[in-house]
Design a binder for this molecule. Structure first.
Ligand code: PFF
Length: 453
């Protein structure tokens, strides 16, 4: 299939928004703010930015090089760059990783849809105990959360079958600006509350006393998950980039958007939480238990504003999740479409059915069927740990080693410099990072995750 038959993004803006859409997701809202607040505020943010520069951007550019060079799905792309088919294994691993992530990510995305409808109908209103019971009753229901998760995958499917320009690019051009505007509105509402300054201070005041080696490793892991590295997602999107796309500049722009949105998410959560004296945490309990309480308390004297803020918040979360699930779905769809020669619609159904199954099992494992567990944890937690702690770091490590050490130097240079049309001063810096810095740091995260350092 030629480059033009495959379809491509139609504009530079489309490329940036779609790829940033993959990066901006639930990870930005429920993980980054808490980590920053806990680990030294601005000191953590500075370290995080260092990690993005050292590891994130070189890692992204490497996936972009593999994808854009071959203009094909991830499995073929990894085989093509060096001409040795064995390297396709990294692509296959990325496809499997992204499908597993999509399966369990959709469960949480489905919860966001339920909370969106609940906040619209006003059924989230109640005291702290009520909100907590609401979450546990809903998430352990055998049917409702499963249906919401499947509904989320079907919405993703619907975008995917409309193709690259008409589906992914069009959706990203609508969803990303909407997400940004909603975030600004919510940041303003949160920062205007009495006592909000304490929350801003918690997030932004630098406290270098809290920084230790653990904080460095946490920042690295977060940078890596947030940029969707190691799942072949960036490689698949880059296969739709044009020849003239500047890979380094695009990676920097996407990293900036992702980081700004993560910091804004903190400015949305902490001022409101501190204003009512509720201590924020991370993960599902932050967005499904803590925040509904925060919104109710913070806007107790203006219930209409509380209602609007709560609805907008769940719209925002659902949009952030959707722009990420679209990217995860595309990886498998491109593969089945091109390798098994199925029409795109049918290829998308294979991904939808497989990920739907993972979604059903994950959802039941944290609710109605706790017997569904593996290695001492619920299936959902198992899939989460398997992908975030194992498959993603290994995928990113192998990509850097492959591009840095095994792929033909000339091809890598040509892709980086757009066949010599861009200045190549940064190329040596990039190559150094990808050959030495990234593999060493990713190995450190990996060892840290297994408690070996
Ligand atoms: N980067 C997304 C987030 O921060 O929520 C998560 C993600 C998206 C992981 C796409 C992997 C992926 F392929």
């Amino acid at each position: 299939m030629t480059r033009s038959e495959r379809g491509s993004f139609g504009s530079r803006l489309g490329i940036i928004l779609a790829t940033a859409g993959s990066a901006v997701g639930l990870g930005n809202v429920w993980r980054f703010p808490f980590m920053a607040g806990q680990n030294g505020g601005a000191a953590f943010i500075l370290i995080y930015i260092g990690c993005i520069l050292l590891l994130g951007i070189p890692g992204m550019v490497s996936e972009f090089i593999v994808g854009r060079h071959s203009a094909s799905n991830a499995a073929r792309a990894y085989g093509n760059l060096s001409g040795r088919k064995g390297w396709s294994a990294i692509g296959y691993m990325g496809i499997a990783t992204s499908m597993i992530i999509l399966g369990f990510y959709a469960v949480v995305a489905g919860w966001c849809l339920q909370y969106l409808t609940a906040s619209l109908t006003g059924s989230l209103g109640g005291d702290m105990k009520y909100v907590q019971d609401y979450f546990f009753t809903f998430s352990s229901d055998p049917v409702k959360p499963v249906l919401w998760g499947l509904a989320f995958i079907l919405v993703t499917h619907w975008v995917i079958v409309h193709g690259i320009r008409g589906g992914i690019e069009r959706a990203s051009k609508m969803l990303m600006p909407t997400l940004f505007i909603l975030l600004i509105v919510l940041v303003a509402a949160s920062c205007m509350l009495p006592g909000a300054g304490k929350g801003v201070e918690f997030l932004l005041k630098p406290d270098f006393g809290k920084v230790d080696s653990q904080v460095f490793l946490e920042a690295l892991g977060q940078a890596f998950f947030s940029l969707s590295l190691g799942t072949a997602c960036l490689c698949t999107y880059a296969s739709y980039f044009g020849r003239q796309t500047n890979l380094m500049r695009s990676a920097c722009q996407i990293a900036v958007i992702d980081t700004v949105i993560a910091v804004l998410a903190g400015l949305m959560i902490f001022p409101a939480a501190f204003s009512v004296g509720i201590s924020p945490d991370s993960g599902p309990s932050l967005i499904f238990i803590t925040l509904p309480n925060v919104f109710r308390e913070a806007f107790a004297s203006l219930p209409v504003v509380g209602y609007v803020v709560s609805v907008l918040f769940y719209v925002l979360l659902s949009l952030a999740a959707l722009t990420s699930t679209i990217s995860m779905h595309e990886i498998g769809t491109a593969f089945f479409h091109e390798e098994i020669h199925l029409p795109r619609r049918h290829a998308a159904w294979i991904v939808t059915v497989c990920t739907g199954l993972i979604c059903v099992l994950s959802s039941l494992s944290v609710g109605a069927m706790p017997v569904l567990h593996l290695a001492g944890r619920s299936l959902m937690d198992f899939f989460d740990a398997l992908t975030a702690q194992m498959l993603m770091p290994v995928g990113a490590f192998l990509t850097c080693v492959y591009v840095g050490w095994f792929a033909p130097h000339k091809v890598v240079r040509d892709e980086f410099t757009n066949r010599g049309t861009l200045r190549s001063r940064l190329f040596h810096v990039y190559l150094f990072a990808v050959k030495y810095v990234c593999p060493i740091f990713i190995t450190l995260i990996f060892l840290h995750q297994f408690g070996l350092i």
